[in-house]
Design a protein around this ligand. Structure first.
Ligand code: PLP
Length: 398
């Protein structure tokens, strides 16, 4: 199956919506998101999708995924409420955040959540107290190697601790139901998945020996967006066919471990959304300034940056289109956002970005593959810059 040609290209209707936008905004391509969801279902047949809603807590996006049969991975009571009102049945939701207070657990339980992630004795004990009888899955730590954002250390536990946590769950009247991993966000290697399956297999075997049967494995997030460029400006080209093949093989292997009757869950965030959201911004100024070394350097300041839509510029050089200057003479520039914060700049130690030399203040710029974590990572008026408004296309009309 080929992925790149079909999936990194923005749909004509998304580009039309960007072209039609007179003001800054983020546009979501709902049919594109649905198509990506269906691709995932075909690639991982029988696996339940729980959309990691933190990647795009936008009601219209959530409603479309819910209508397709997706579930939701919620990380707070507020996300549970939003998912419920977007139409996700509570039976297709879980509380996937291992970090939670007693109050968070009680609130989620009151809202009907019966499945919780955990990774420590303290947390599982609190779940038993505030969500009695719940089902829990224990998150195993991974190295995060091969991912752009490793997500290691803060979550998950080693295999032996997972066994202890699930034993404690059973002793406290909870149902030890599953194991989970997260291989790291924008995971570029199939090997990371292989390692994760090895870890999971070891714990399943240990649990079998202790008479603790599980009913599911949650493979977490980490499936990559297809249209990103790294901080060198190189197109990231994730080996999707290989990744999906390794996941299918890994699941088949786990199903053979005795003592468990496993279903599988996956929690994609950026894979579903990133390539089907794009920002219409504008040029604030293209300047050529001399640095302390006396060298002249072009800086392109945009109306949107790290604090209003492009948070992941620490690792990405977002793809830019300058629709009013196609095929024009270009100059290498550092691209930066509009705020007074020096972190508000694309990573540039590894390569500058060619931009049209004739850019003028007010010219439109499109930022492609910027849909994931864009609306959720916007500050409220830092330096007076408001969060970007969003809109969506629904099969043709913006
Ligand atoms: C528990 C959990 N699941 C899924 C995701 C989604 O990750 P990604 O966007 O890499 O698919 C995250 C992201 O932080 C997460 O914390």
């Amino acid at each position: 199956m080929t992925h790149r040609a079909a999936h990194t290209e923005e749909s004509a209707s998304l580009l039309d919506a960007l072209a039609a936008a007179a003001e800054d905004q983020i546009v979501f391509d709902l049919p594109g998101i649905e198509e990506r969801y269906e691709t995932l279902r075909r690639e991982l047949p029988g696996v339940d999708v729980r959309f990691a809603m933190k990647a795009c807590p936008v009601d219209e996006v959530l409603a479309r995924l819910a209508a397709r049969g997706s579930g939701a991975d919620a990380a707070s009571p507020r996300e549970v409420e939003q998912a419920l009102s977007a139409g996700f049945p509570v039976a297709r939701m879980h509380y996937g955040n291992t970090v939670k207070s007693d109050q968070n657990i009680a609130d989620a339980h009151r809202l009907g959540i019966t499945v919780f992630a955990t990774d420590s004795l303290e947390d599982v004990t609190a779940i038993a107290e505030h969500a009695p009888g719940a089902r829990v899955f224990c998150r195993l730590a991974t190295t995060g190697e091969g991912a752009l954002w490793g997500l290691s250390n803060k979550y998950g536990c080693p295999p032996a601790d997972a066994v202890a946590v699930l034993e404690r769950a059973r002793d406290l009247g909870l149902t030890p139901a599953g194991l989970s991993v997260h291989v790291g966000s924008q995971q570029m290697t199939a090997d990371a998945w292989r390692d994760a399956f090895d870890r999971i297999a070891g714990v399943l075997e240990a649990l079998h020996r202790r008479g603790i049967p599980l009913d599911h494995v949650n493979l977490g997030g980490g499936l990559p967006a297809l249209g990103y460029r790294d901080k060198h400006g190189r197109a990231l080209d994730p080996p999707m066919d290989k990744i999906f093949a390794v996941i299918r093989e890994g699941m088949a292997r786990l199903e053979e471990i005795p003592g468990h009757r496993l279903g599988f869950v996956v929690e994609p965030g950026r894979y579903l959304i990133a390539d089907h959201g794009a920002i219409r911004a504008h040029v604030s100024r293209l300047s050529a300034r001399r640095g302390p070394d006396g060298e002249r350097q072009y800086w392109l300041y945009l109306s949107c940056g790290k604090f209003n839509g492009l948070y992941e510029m620490d690792q990405l050089q977002y793809r830019l289109v300058f629709p009013s200057h196609r095929d024009a003479e270009s100059v290498p520039a550092v691209v930066a956002g509009p705020t007074c914060d020096s972190d508000d700049a694309f990573s540039h130690e590894h390569g500058l970005i060619p931009v049209p030399k004739a850019l003028a203040s007010g010219d439109p710029v499109w930022v492609l593959s910027s849909g994931a974590y864009a609306t959720s990572y916007m500050t409220q008026g830092f330096n007076g810059f408001s969060p970007l408004p969003y809109t969506w296309i629904d099969g043709g009309d913006a």
